[in-house]
Unconditional design. Structure first.
Length: 69
């Protein structure tokens, strides 16, 4: 689960991070990501389900992306 600060940053920087999410998690589309823009937990679960990646790995990648933008 993302910490509150990372959750807020993800919501704030979503449009900047979205292309990188699609690049890092191939097979994830705008249609997969856009509905969950305001719900980071569901966003992570959707990416995990769509890609087969463990939730912990998806969370780690998101933390890295949000920190680099």
């Amino acid at each position: 689960m993302l910490d509150p600060q990372t959750r807020q940053q993800l919501q704030t920087k979503f449009q900047q991070v979205k292309p990188q999410l699609k690049q890092r998690f191939s097979g994830v589309t705008d249609q997969d990501l856009d509905p969950w823009r305001s719900d980071p937990d569901q966003l992570i679960e959707t990416i995990s389900t769509k890609t087969g990646q463990p939730i912990a790995k998806v969370e780690s990648e998101i933390r890295t992306l949000v920190g680099s933008v």
